[in-house]
Design a protein around this ligand. Structure first.
Ligand code: DHB
Ligand code: FE
Length: 280
């Protein structure tokens, strides 16, 4: 049977991808930010996951105001890097796992989580930047990816509680997949950030730190955080953190924290990164 072996949280800031793509990670501005991912790159080369269920949000690249799925699952064999205005990132195509994706879709929908099934879409920085942070610049990504796209761009996004419960359903789906594969789930986005308006540049380290602490210590508290608190305390884009709750929900009741990194500045956003292991 498939084994869900770990969960990763990570920011997906486009400037991180640009720093990698343009060979600038050794510059003073970036060294400490990237150093916090060294542990994970080494750990991943031991873990050798087969598939990442990668929870991210599209930023008006594949979807726009014409269609806004709250939760969608990529069921394709291949995804191409989206052109976000500067040309597509020079990264390998992302290979899907259609069999696992359709299994998760069936399992979740029969479990009363109605995912939108997507057979063709481009993937933007929300998905490709975390791959680059964890795997560097390979000729081909060493994993397959099942994209789970969440609307956190247009109000109303899903609640944290709903996201956590979807994660639990995804966990059940993975556990019932008959192939003997090593699966990880990643939640991306965050941490505190506001990209526009009078509060642009808002960072709330104390709030972010408590969020990271409570992924292990008190996930039930995180489930109850209302949208207005994300907005007030973490800026207009901090709501991306509800996607980390899908990752956390999939891992089950208890987890162990293996690694953590928090760094400011990176663009306008607090970089947060955590690696969690389920304790069964
Ligand atoms: C930035 C962060 C994001 O999460 C995003 O989607 C776009 C930009 C930033 O900090 O620049
Ligand atoms: Fe984002």
């Amino acid at each position: 049977m498939a084994r869900l072996t770990a969960g990763i949280g990570s920011s997906h800031i486009p400037a991180l991808g640009a720093a990698i793509d343009n060979g600038r990670t050794a510059e003073d501005y970036w060294t400490r930010c990237f150093a916090g991912y060294d542990w994970t790159r080494t750990w991943e080369s031991d873990q050798k996951p087969d598939v990442i269920v990668l929870v991210y949000n599209d930023h008006a690249s594949a979807f726009d105001m014409n269609i806004i799925p709250t939760f969608a699952i990529g069921c394709a064999d291949r995804y191409t890097s989206a052109d976000e205005g500067w040309g597509p990132r020079p990264v390998p195509d992302v290979m899907g796992d259609a069999d696992l994706a359709w299994h998760i879709a069936q399992s979740c929908i029969l479990d009363e989580f109605d995912l939108t099934m997507i057979s063709k879409m481009d993937v933007d920085h929300g998905l490709t930047v975390p791959l680059s942070m964890m795997f560097g610049q390979p000729d081909a990504w060493p994993v397959k990816v099942v994209p789970i796209a969440v609307n956190v761009v247009t109000y109303p996004p899903p609640t944290g509680n709903r996201c956590y419960a979807l994660g639990e359903a995804i966990g059940r789906a993975i556990a019932s997949y008959p192939e003997d594969i090593n699966v990880q789930i990643w939640g991306t986005g965050g941490m505190s950030h506001q990209l526009q308006g009078p509060r642009a540049g808002l960072i709330n380290k104390a709030w972010d730190t408590r969020f990271l602490d409570d992924l292990t210590a008190d996930p039930d508290r995180l489930r109850t955080i209302p949208h207005i608190e994300y907005l007030r305390e973490t800026g207009s884009e901090g709501i991306e953190m509800v996607m980390w709750l899908i990752m956390r929900g999939a891992l089950g009741a208890n987890v162990r924290e293996l690694h953590r990194h928090y760094h400011v500045p990176a663009s306008n956003t607090a970089v947060g990164h955590i690696v969690l292991e389920p304790v069964r």
